[in-house]
Write a protein that binds this ligand. Structure first.
Ligand SMILES: Nc1ncnc2c1ncn2[C@@H]1O[C@H](COP(=O)(O)OP(=O)(O)OP(=O)(O)O)[C@@H](O)[C@H]1O
Ligand SMILES: N[C@@H](CCO)C(=O)O
Length: 334
């Protein structure tokens, strides 16, 4: 569940009245998501024909100081034609408002455009191709975005998370996990690709952050890890998130080929980027193995959150290390 704060009907109506979107008709809590409280809002709309929005209260994790980067990035990408929800600005031009949460702490709230579509759990090749195309479209469209944010989930953070788990903590999750981190993290730290083209990246484009209708991408959402970093690393993250079964044991070459071809339809990958992809993909797998391992050990047993399996990504890491040909030229020649 993810509605941590109860907003009464009068408070909600007053909040929505701060935006030029008509009057409040209904507000329903959204169960998905863990970091924020989210509501599906229905209003009469500016023209009386009805309109839908997503209202988010940023409960944990997101620093209010970073919200202008995330929310104005949505506006920028939407204005460039990307399938990204626009931020609705308040009548007095603010990107977000502030209200007390359940504990009386001041929290930020943003209203964003509602987009149709559902997140797929078993993607087809046509859907993977469309996601590759949308990712490339986003990279191109973001080139003119002026905001800058460092990647808080980069190599240094993988090390910090690994050290915070400790060898014993990693081994408690799985002895294999401790071994894979010990064997691969120092190597990735030492040889992490540098000097490749950089841009704004989404950095977390998992299937649950893509809305689709059939094989059409209708929404890229949850930009709260977006940052400026190596563009091809975003391709690697998306590849790691889309091209395996849930356990990370079974690689799907059909999805891989479709995703990479879709991406290259819109933005060519240079020889240097292609050569770096095996290592970038190992890093992407390490990033999610480490954030999941840390959460595994530090999420209270009674939290209403499903723990995600770190081994699913540790296995992907070994797969990428052992199969660099996944990104080889023969894949694209086929
Ligand atoms: N613009 C949108 N249009 C339609 N539905 C949306 C939109 N934004 C979010 N949603 C819906 O709300 C759900 C929760 O959103 P989101 O995943 O961003 O929450 P979160 O708490 O930030 O997530 P997490 O903690 O997993 O990062 C999504 O699964 C999606 O169903
Ligand atoms: N998408 C991530 C969570 C965000 O870090 C995961 O599945 O582990």
């Amino acid at each position: 569940m993810a509605v941590y704060t109860h907003l009464g009907a009068e408070d909600m109506a007053a909040l929505i009245a701060e935006f030029d979107v008509g009057t409040l008709v209904s507000a329903k809590g959204i169960a998905e998501g863990v970091s924020n409280s989210n509501w599906l809002i229905e209003t009469t709309g500016q023209d009386g024909r009805g309109a839908r929005f997503i209202l988010t209260m940023y409960e944990f994790r997101i620093d209010i100081g970073e919200l202008p980067y995330f929310l104005s990035l949505l506006d920028h990408l939407a204005a460039q034609g990307c399938p990204v929800p626009r931020t609705i600005h308040s009548r007095d031009g603010r990107l977000y408002l502030e209200r007390p949460n359940a504990a009386g702490e001041l929290k930020a709230l943003a209203l964003i455009e509602y987009l149709p579509g559902v997140s797929v759990s078993e993607p087809t090749a046509a859907q993977a191709r469309a996601v590759g195309q949308s990712l490339a479209q986003m990279h191109e469209a973001a080139a003119s975005f002026r905001g800058v944010r460092a990647n808080g989930m980069g190599v240094a953070e993988w090390r910090r998370l690994a050290d915070a788990c400790g060898v014993d903590g990693l081994a408690e999750i799985s002895p294999e996990l401790a071994r894979i981190v010990a064997e691969n993290l120092p190597r990735l730290e030492h040889d992490w690709p540098a000097g490749l083209p950089a841009s704004v990246i989404h950095a977390d484009l998992f299937p649950d952050n893509v809305l689709m209708l059939g094989s059409t991408v209708t929404g890229l959402i949850d930009f709260y890890f977006a940052c400026n970093d190596t563009t091809a690393y975003d391709v690697a993250v998306t590849h790691a998130a889309w091209c395996f079964d849930a356990s990370g044991t079974s690689f799907r070459p059909d999805l891989s080929q479709a995703l990479l071809e879709g991406y290259r339809d819109r933005r060519p990958l240079s020889a240097a980027e292609l050569a770096a992809l095996p290592r970038l993909a190992q890093g992407a797998a390490m990033r999610f193995a480490m954030s999941r391992a840390y959460d595994w050990l530090n999420t209270p047993a009674d939290a209403l959150v499903t723990k995600k399996d770190p081994m699913a990504f540790a296995r992907r890491l070994e797969f990428y290390r052992d199969h660099p040909e996944v990104f080889g030229p023969e894949v694209f020649a086929a």
